[in-house]
Ligand binder design. Structure first.
Ligand code: NAP
Length: 508
């Protein structure tokens, strides 16, 4: 730690927004680097993020737990390949407690805005009760998948029965024997349908676009495997390594749709044909886009569930919602008691609608204009020491987001160590650096499957804003060492200019 300007070292306060996997990783890493004044503001009732909000029947992670867990907190007692929501939530709470960051969480606290105070060289973070918290750095770990998206369909509010979004499941509603509609067939619906189909009276599944499937039974691990994993650390380590490269392989099929992608599509097609015997149903639900363009779904139970006698699949577009149910383009009224909207999330808002105002009174909305973007998905020019986790272009459709979040936590900690050592107020990424990196990220999508259909990864103009274009290992390599030259040091208002040898900075 330096004492440049005669002002450092100093205690820096870091506000983290969000107590999911990202926020907890950031808090743990910052504490390791000696940052003690940390507060985690969480709008929900506690730790968990998406795993707290999503509690629908069948909710599980579709990424194997040996990889969907922190590298520094590996478990050898997972109950199955892809853990259920409650097991993941328990894991995250346990990790937070063991690392002493659970007590940094202020639950039920919604951040409404955040303003860079030029005079003080700090952020002022506003929360709902009108309180304003001063911070030297702000980390937005708010995720991409937490704002439910409800479709704009005429009459949606007029439905007389019970309706809710998959991420806001109404556990008080007893579906047994009821006529239920589920709209959407993405990753959430695919987990819900096999769970509720045997319980409800009648289930109508409304599909707009088909999906590519690969098998996954996800049964509890047999005792022998559990014993081997729990007693021999190498077995667990090898499983993690194998899963890492297996999922990198999935990304490879997406990056190379004409070659490996075709082989993967063939594998998927054979599996799907074996699961759907009825040719007419097969024709109706078959995907009409390149393998991997949307999220590939892993389930051995969804397609069989569609063929249950009490389940019907409708591929006609929904044109209107009426008090009795859903009206489709063929003029048929589907009368139901309950509608589940498994229609995904507003993924392109990122930290919006929080109002974030950076240097010279410029808002994040203004800075982003038509499209959210950030250097390495984390930093935005004009927003000093503001960091995004799981920001633009850091989603993965092949691997585990935890690999990205850990890389981000370590990178953010490096950036703040650099600030602390320099005695400056903050770091601000250089606009030309961000520009060049953004162009390189976008160029890397050329020729990949992601470009070949509309999905939540893309904006309407076709720009891909959610996904990272490469492999997990590329992202880890790109973020491993913070290059201080990518950043300008913002001097503390009361301080003399930052010395050139630090401002120009070597790698930290
Ligand atoms: P999603 O993948 O965005 O799926 C939304 C579904 O709703 C799609 O089938 C979509 O059809 C459909 N839809 C939207 N508007 C519609 C309308 N007006 N009429 C009919 N259908 C409509 O959302 P999700 O299933 O909640 O999953 C979102 C993401 O969350 C996933 O991609 C994944 O990254 C993550 N997730 C992960 C897990 C996990 O296990 N790790 C589990 C669940 C979710 P189109 O395809 O035509 O748009």
């Amino acid at each position: 730690m330096g004492t440049a300007n005669g002002h450092g070292p100093r205690a820096m306060r870091v506000v983290i927004v969000g107590a999911g996997f990202g926020g907890i990783a950031a808090a743990i890493e910052l504490r390791r680097k000696g940052f003690e004044d940390i507060v985690i503001l969480e709008q929900g009732p506690g730790i968990g993020g998406t795993w707290l909000f999503n509690s629908y029947p069948g909710c599980a992670c579709d990424v194997p737990s040996h990889l969907y867990s922190y590298s520094f907190e590996q478990r050898r007692n997972w109950s199955r390949l892809c853990s259920l929501q409650s097991e993941i939530l328990d894991y995250l709470r346990d990790v937070a407690r063991r690392h002493g960051v659970d007590r940094l969480v202020r639950a039920n606290t919604t951040v409404t805005g955040c303003t860079w105070d030029e005079r003080r060289g700090r952020w002022s973070v506003e929360v709902t009760d009108g309180e304003s918290i001063q911070a030297d750095a702000v980390v937005f770990a708010t995720g991409q998948l937490h704002k439910p998206a409800l479709p704009r369909i005429e009459g949606r509010e007029s439905f007389a029965g019970v309706s809710f979004h998959s991420a806001e499941w109404d556990h008080d509603y007893d579906m047994r024997g009821k006529r239920v509609a589920i709209v959407g067939t993405g990753a959430s619906a695919v987990q819900i349908v096999p769970e509720i189909a045997p319980k409800v009276g009648r289930l109508e599944v409304f599909q707009r676009t088909g999906n590519w499937f690969l098998p996954r039974r996800n049964r509890p691990y047999p005792g022998a495997l559990r014993a081997a994993v729990s007693t021999l650390p190498i077995v667990q380590e090898l499983r993690r390594l194998f899963i890492f490269y297996y999922t990198e392989g999935l990304t490879m099929t997406i990056r190379h749709p004409r070659t490996l992608g075709r082989l993967a599509a063939l594998r998927s097609a054979l599996f799907m044909r074996s699961q759907i015997r009825d040719g007419e149903l097969r024709r109706r639900i078959w995907p009409d886009y390149t393998f991997g363009c949307k999220r590939v779904l892993f389930s051995s139970y969804f397609l069989p569930a569609l063929q249950r006698p009490n389940v019907e699949v409708t591929t006609e577009a929904i044109t209107e919602v009426r008090p009795e149910g859903l009206l489709t383009a063929d003029g048929r009224l589907h009368e139901v008691d309950c509608i589940v909207w498994a229609t995904g999330f507003r993924t392109h808002d990122f930290v919006l609608p929080m109002r974030v105002t950076g240097r010279q009174g410029r808002t994040l909305e203004q800075a982003w204009g038509a499209s959210p973007r950030a250097y390495l998905g984390m930093t935005v020019p004009g927003f000093p020491s503001m960091f995004l986790m799981y920001g633009p272009n850091t989603n993965t459709s092949g691997g585990s987001i935890l690999v990205y979040l850990e890389a981000q936590a370590a990178y953010i900690a490096q950036a703040l160590c650099h600030v602390r050592a320099s005695g400056a107020a903050a770091v601000d990424v250089k606009a030309d650096v961000e520009d060049a990196a953004d162009a390189a990220v976008q160029a890397r999508f050329a020729g990949t499957a992601w470009e070949q259909c509309a999905s939540w990864y893309r904006q309407e103009d076709g720009r891909i804003v959610a996904n990272w274009p490469g492999y997990m290992r590329d992202y880890v390599a790109a973020t491993r060492v913070l290059d201080a030259e990518d950043y300008e040091l913002v001097p503390r208002p009361e301080a003399a200019p930052v010395p050139a040898e630090i401002a120009g900075g070597a790698r930290v």
